[in-house]
Ligand binder design. Structure first.
Ligand code: PMT
Length: 345
């Protein structure tokens, strides 16, 4: 899903409606191949330092660190939407729908299940253990007491205490690594970095791809350098197709990984069929299918065998708790099966 946004002064919430007018049109052009996508993408900032952090995290947590690892299964959770800049010195960008709530909640349950989590997330999106914070103002969580000291409001005390405890535990154990992205260029380069790092130590790690990834973009070398001027009249844009990286992930970057992709649709008539296509076309182990209207309440787990629906019973429940319970069981089976020479889940 695409929305056009302006990044000034607050990139996430300002929309200039005129860009939706029918006078402006967007044309899509054929899919690029992955090599040319990466060859023309602006290089990641501090790529070597980020790669070193990822590799150190994997070595410290996994079994495959020359005996020094902690033997935790590793999962990469992707979360939040990628942006597509329209200018190199970016004022406007196209955004994807995703608050990051699913990725943040899932990360908490993976940590609880004993996983080491690489949380590849959109900057400014929902973070693990902070999901309960009010959207409009975190000041609602605070109070001023009789001695004029700031304290946590009684209404939020239990949740804040629990979250601080859980977060501190994850950080002390060193089982959570946060890696931020904003643009589609950053996201795909980081995903490749994580996948090849996991793969290079022979891990059968999990990829839980909940991020909402742009399907169309403006290649860096054909992008306007400076702010596009409105004085030039209606804007015509030509968008190239982002290559689907799921097959590259599966076939080249991390062939041993246990891959879960998500399928988001708005039309219930095509959801399961599209998820099934993704499962076979990209050789995913599982596809989690969800509808925009109900994604917080139910998902369909699409596998090579029988599909199953997971529903939450009340608003107090996290659907992610059930999803992660099921996926961690299937992942263990996959690792065990691989050791025994089988790969089906
Ligand atoms: O963050 P929340 O607000 O809680 O919302 C959660 C969610 C609805 C965003 C999440 O549950 C979800 O469905 N995420 C996937 C959304 C999405 O991008 O769907 P898609 O059908 O466009 O893509 C399917 C899969 O292909 C995704 O796993 C994506 O990572 C992958 N993809 C997409 C485009 C692309 N060029 N390359 C890809 O590999």
């Amino acid at each position: 899903m695409l929305c056009f946004k302006y990044s000034l002064p607050s990139p996430r919430f300002l929309v200039k409606p005129s860009i939706h007018t029918p006078r402006k049109s967007a044309t899509m052009v054929a899919a690029e191949d992955p090599e040319s996508f990466f060859a023309t993408a602006p290089p990641l900032r501090e790529a070597d330092a980020v790669a070193a952090r990822i590799q150190e995290f994997i070595a410290r947590n996994s079994d495959n660190a020359g005996g020094g690892g902690r033997g935790r299964p590793v999962v990469c959770v992707t979360s939040g939407g990628t942006t597509v800049p329209l200018e190199q010195r970016c004022v406007r960008y196209i955004d994807n729908f995703s608050s990051g709530h699913r990725g943040a909640a899932s990360t908490e349950y993976f940590l609880k299940a004993g996983y080491a989590v690489i949380f590849l997330h959109r900057r400014g999106s929902c973070q693990p253990y902070c999901r309960f914070l009010p959207d409009d103002s975190f000041l609602k969580v605070l109070d001023v007491n009789e001695e004029s000291k700031v304290q946590v409001a009684v209404s939020h005390e239990t949740l804040v205490k629990k979250s601080i405890g859980d977060y501190s535990k994850a950080m002390e154990c060193g089982s959570l690594l946060k890696v931020p992205f904003t643009t589609i260029f950053e996201y795909l380069q980081l995903l490749r970095m994580v996948a090849t790092s996991v793969s290079s130590v022979g891990l059968r790690g999990m990829f839980y791809l909940a991020a909402a990834v742009s399907d169309f973009y403006v290649p860096w070398d054909s992008m306007a350098k400076h702010k596009i001027q409105s004085a030039g009249g209606p804007l015509e844009m030509r968008l190239s197709q982002v290559p689907k990286m799921l097959s590259v992930l599966r076939n080249q970057w991390a062939p041993l990984a246990f891959c879960i992709s998500f399928k988001l649709e708005t039309d219930s008539d095509i959801l399961v069929q599209k998820a099934g296509t993704a499962l076979t076309k990209y050789k995913m182990n599982i596809v989690v299918a969800n509808l925009l209207a109900t994604y917080k309440d139910e998902v369909i787990i699409v596998t090579n065998g029988e599909n199953s629906t997971i529903r939450r019973c009340s608003n107090d429940e996290d659907l992610e708790e059930q999803i992660i319970r099921l996926l961690t069981q299937k992942h263990s089976k996959y690792i065990y099966g691989s050791q025994m020479g089988a790969t089906r889940v």
